[in-house]
Each structure stands twice: as C-alpha cells, then as structure tokens.
Design a protein around this ligand. Sequence first.
Ligand code: DGY
Length: 417
Amino acid sequence: MNLHDTARAILRQNDQGRYTLPTHGLYPYQWNWDSAFAAWGFTTFDPERGWRELETLMSGQWDDGMVPHILFHRTDPGYFPGPDVWQGRGPIPSSGITQPPVAASFMAKMLSMHPEGEQRARILWPRLKSWHDWFMKWRLDQGAVCVTHPWEAGRDNAPDWDRAMRLIDVSEIGDYTRRDTSHVDPSMRPTKYDYDRYLKLVQLGVSVSWDHEALKKINPFRVADPTMTFTLLRANRDLRDMGKVFGEDISVIDNWITTLEQGATTLWNEDIQGYDSRNALTGEFNGILSNASALCWYAGINNEAARPSVERMLAAATYGLPSFDPEADGFEPLRYWRGPTWPVMNYLVGSGMEEMGLCDLAGRIKNDTAQLMQRNGFAEYYDPISGRPAGGDSFSWTAAVWLGWAGDSFVTEKGVA
Ligand code: DGY
C-alpha cells in the first residue's frame, strides 16, 4: 500500500460514522482540533464525510457559543477523565473547556477544495462566529487569548505552563486512576505532577458548573498564550473572508482582528526573542521558547525577529520543528509536548511560513514532516533527534497532514508515494 492509501485507511479505521477518533484506545472520543484536521483529511478523498465531521463537532456547541474540547458521544471506560468527571453543560456530554479554534480555517480550506460544500459552510459560518465571539468575550487579556487549562491549548504538558502550574494547590485532589499510561509508555506522557494539576482545574470548573464568570474568580490558571492567540487570529481572517463571500456582516470580525494583532504584541518576550506565554494573573512571562512562537506566520504576522530562534531550534534537531528548544534544560525528546516533533504543529507553522514567503524554512519543515511519516508511519509525535515514533499510532491528524500537505511533494516528484 502506498502512503496515501495508508493515510486514507487510518482515517477510515478511526471513523465512527459522524466523527473521527484521534486514535483507538488512547483517545476514544471526538477531540475538537483533531476533528477539524480529520475533516480536512477526509475532504481530500471523501468531501461529504469531511463536512459531516465539522457538523458533528459544531453540534456539541454550548448555548453560550463555546465548542468543547472533547465530545463524549459514547462512554468509554478506557479514558480518564470521562463525562462523569467533567460534567460539561452542553447538548452532548462534554468537557468544560475548549481547544485551539482551527475549525474555521479548515472550513475555508475545505471550501476551496470542494466548492460544492458552500451551502453547508454557510450554515456552519454563524456557529463558528459565535464560538469566536465567545473567545473574545471570555478569554482576552490585553488583547491576547488566554487558556484556563493546559489542555485548552491542546499542548498539554508544554513547558509554556511551567511557571503558572507551580501556583496550583493540589493538596485536596483525592485519588484517581489514569488510563492514558495503560495505552502508551508512561515516559512519553505527562507526569503525575502534571495530572494532579490538570485534575484540580477540572474539579474547580465542576464546582461552579462551568460558569465562566464564577470560574474566572477562582481559577488559579489563566495564561495568555501564543497558540490560542495566533490560531484565533488566523481563524478570524478566514472567517471574515468567507463571510464577505456569503454576504454576512463582518464588521465586528475586523475589530476582533485588530484587537488580536495588538494582543499578539503583548506576548513578545525580548529575553527569549520569541512569543511567550504570559500569566494573566501575575503578569509574568514564562520565559521558555517552544514551537508555539513560530505560529506567528500562520496568523499572518511576519515578524523577522522571531526567525532566528526558530532557525536555532531547527538546527539543533534532525527532524524539526521540535516542540521545545532542544538546547534548553528539561528538553525530553519523547515526552509529549516537552521535545517531540508534531506533524500538526509543523503543518500550521510550515503552511503559514509558505504563505508569508519563508520558503526555505517552510521547505525544511515540510520535508522533515514527510520524512518522519515515510520512515516511521503515522504516529502522534516523533523524537526530533532519532525520528522514533511516539505516543499513539495510526493517528488521524497525522494522516490528514500527509494527505493535505506533507505528501504533496511526493505526489508531484515521484508519482504517488
Ligand atoms: C489527553 O487526555 O491527553 C488529552 O490531551 C486531553 O485533552
């Protein structure tokens, strides 16, 4: 089987009919940004299925506009924390937090690949707008977008949260049993220190029934974050462009874009020469360089000053772009977001660079992404030095990145990979 066929087979095998699992076992539900990637991946060979994926995701939207990070369509005891722990308050059992809003950007891509989907896009457009509106209402700090839980950024144990995580009191956390470490080597997953804090933040949300106003007062974790700020900025640009074509009123979206562009400047940390996470409660930068800084180009911000630090991270890796600076203390090449290279981030970063004319860097990232998949299959993430596959395997969004982006050059140069 060639790699395109393998990638399609992975999406089919993770397909639950209306939504796609990231992978069997480790992630047995519908995850928000995974699902947007899967929708795009399906659109390369089965557009009808791609649109249905986005529609299912948006059917879990809360009445205040939030789209949850997990939709628990069917209970699965193999995952913790499940719906009984989260107690989300939407139309479908869900978590109580959101995830990077990449859905509008993927919808724009899907529409360009499959213009026949326009009627479906027109129906989804106002729902996406109300989700973005929710971010602007509940998550801003000086114009940058905050996460209220590390899982909200989708980059769970990234070093970006280290300083803010230290301020979370877990003395009353209680006992719990993790399931993730029964599916995947624990050395590739977050530590118990991290999980205690993840759980504490869930417990706090449940204690106020996920009332955003009440939670804002008691949540010790509120971090303005490059991942959210840059993905929302990009998503608003895509939403605005689609809205123009659909004849929608887009004036407020122009204001959102201006606000977020200004907010992005508040994340620039001279000390690390990169975009950094900033604790909105204390005003402190985290002070650590990760791959989130390189999302600025995806957001349409061509900041030359951000380039050298990305080049340095690439130079230190065999397969870039590592999720954490390989030259920093605490770099762990196999532990989830503390070192490994992630195809999904590579797509966001690399495609953004392509669009802004940073062709050499984009080419390196795209080529490395393709090499990883060619040599080591469709893993969740990879060791940036050895290329060893890590985390879950047969991963939906990795397959989508191959079909939609990284596999391109292999089609044009060598027939089909
Ligand atoms: C997990 O369970 O590891 C997820 O990333 C949480 O969203």
